[in-house]
Structure formats: C-alpha cells, structure tokens
Design a protein around this ligand. Structure first.
Ligand SMILES: C[S@@+](CC[C@H](N)C(=O)[O-])C[C@H]1O[C@@H](n2cnc3c(N)ncnc32)[C@H](O)[C@@H]1O
Length: 230
C-alpha cells in the first residue's frame, strides 16, 4: 500500500533515483546502524564466514558490504538502481562487481549466489513479490536471503523515509507499506522458508541518538528475516 495513506509528515515526495541521487551527499552520516547493522549482528542462523558468493541487493553506498567484509572472505557483488550511491560503494573497493539495475531484474546469472542480502530498501518497492522471485532465481538451492527493512508498524505510525536537501527542504522518498505477512506470502510463493526473524524497537540506544523519538519508545522500527531457498 502507498505510504501516503499513513503519512503524518506530508513532505513533498520524490522518486527513488532522484531522492538517493541527492541524499548520497550525507546519507552515511544520517542512517543509524541501530536500524539494520544491529539486527544483522544479532542473527543466529547465518554462518557468514561459510558463504562462497554473496549478492548485496540495493547495496547503496556499501554500508552492508562493508559490514559483510568483517564477517566473510567471500566475494560480494552489489546491485542498486541509483548510480550516485553505487559510485560511493565503488570507491570503497569492497565489491567484486557492482551493477546499476533494478532488484526485480538484476540481469545476473541464475543460481550464482549462496547468500543474498538486502537492507532498508523494500519500503521503496510497490510490490515485493518480484523481489523474492528474482532473489530466488539468483540464489542456489540451500542458499539464504537475509532481508532487513524499515518496519511496517513504524511506517504506519506516520514516518516515511525522508532527508534534507542541500537547500534545507525536507523531502520524502516514495515509500510503500508491506505487512510482515506480505513478506511471508511473497517469499513462500517464490520457494523460500523462514528460518529466523527479529525486530528492532526504539530503545535507549536509539533515544540517545534521536531524543525526539521518545514518543515512539517500544515501537518496532526495523525487522530482519532469514529465508532458506528450498
Ligand atoms: C536506504 S538505501 C539502503 C542502502 C544500503 N542497503 C544501506 O543499508 O545503506 C536504499 C537503497 O535502495 C535502492 N533501491 C530502491 N529501490 C530499488 C530497486 N527497485 N532496485 C534497486 N535498488 C533500489 C536505492 O537506490 C538506495 O540506494
């Protein structure tokens, strides 16, 4: 569902490529590791060091690729639709290859990866069914897909993904709400089985960084799911 139905901020809305093409200038200073890295670190069912070949979907500036490099020696490829974000990732020299492509249609070979990741991107996708299908296509049987996302409950509390332009204007990057059950239905239809799930809530660690979010204390803000390719 389009997020505008829940939107309490009512900032002007820009599309993904325009938004991240601008936000790239200070994206890494704004995004908090509490949102996603903390959840990646808590996962129990993934042996990162055993991975042979990894695809980081919607890799952006390479935050997750950087984290993965601390856990595994496996080569990591990245895919993202915003060239400006990919250029930052490229400069880090951590990816074996980087592709400017939509995650729904990566153009990558079938069954090329035993581990796929995606962080903080599904809220920009109008439909997640093609995501789970494409990731299933590029993942070997027995492989894993770790998806971390902006929690639908937090989006429904009225806060979309937004940033301040260089001009100072705050804008929203077009967002959608996918219920957790939408993920389960889409993943099952694409041949995935859920191995593990976790949720991150607004807690003291968050409030130290974002005191204004005290009204959201205890609210789930992000989720992680580990899927197994049957
Ligand atoms: C919030 S950033 C997350 C980047 C990175 N995964 C991280 O955790 O920092 C969202 C990224 O998703 C990308 N994105 C959104 N929709 C996409 C799509 N359909 N295909 C490929 N990339 C997409 C954007 O270009 C952007 O780089």
């Amino acid at each position: 569902m389009d997020h505008s139905h829940f939107d309490k901020r009512k900032y002007p809305i820009v599309d993904v490529r325009e938004g991240y093409g601008e936000w790239v200038r200070n994206y890494e200073q704004i995004v908090q590791d509490e949102m996603d890295v903390r959840l990646f670190e808590r996962l129990q069912s993934v042996d990162w060091s055993a991975a042979q070949s990894i695809l980081d979907l919607a890799c952006g500036t390479g935050r997750i690729g950087t984290w993965l490099k601390t856990r595994t020696a496996a080569p990591i490829d990245g895919v993202d639709i915003t060239p400006e974000m990919v250029e930052v990732a490229r400069a880090k020299n951590i990816y074996r290859s980087l592709h400017i492509a939509d995650v729904f249609n990566t153009g990558l070979p079938a069954e090329a990866y035993d581990l796929c990741t995606q962080s903080l991107a599904d809220e920009h996708m109008p439909d997640i069914k093609p995501l789970y299908h494409e990731v299933a296509r590029v993942t070997q049987k027995g492989g894993h897909f770790v998806i971390v996302g902006f929690h639908p409950q937090f989006l429904m509390a009225g806060v979309p993904t937004h940033f301040d332009r260089a001009s100072g204007e705050t804008v929203t990057i077009r967002s959608y709400v996918h219920l957790l059950s939408d993920h389960v239905k889409a993943a099952h239809a694409a041949g995935w089985t859920l191995l593990e799930m976790d949720e991150g809530v607004i807690d003291d660690a968050w409030l130290q960084k974002k005191p204004k979010w005290h009204i959201y204390r205890g609210t789930p803000v992000s989720f992680a799911m580990v899927w197994h390719r049957d």
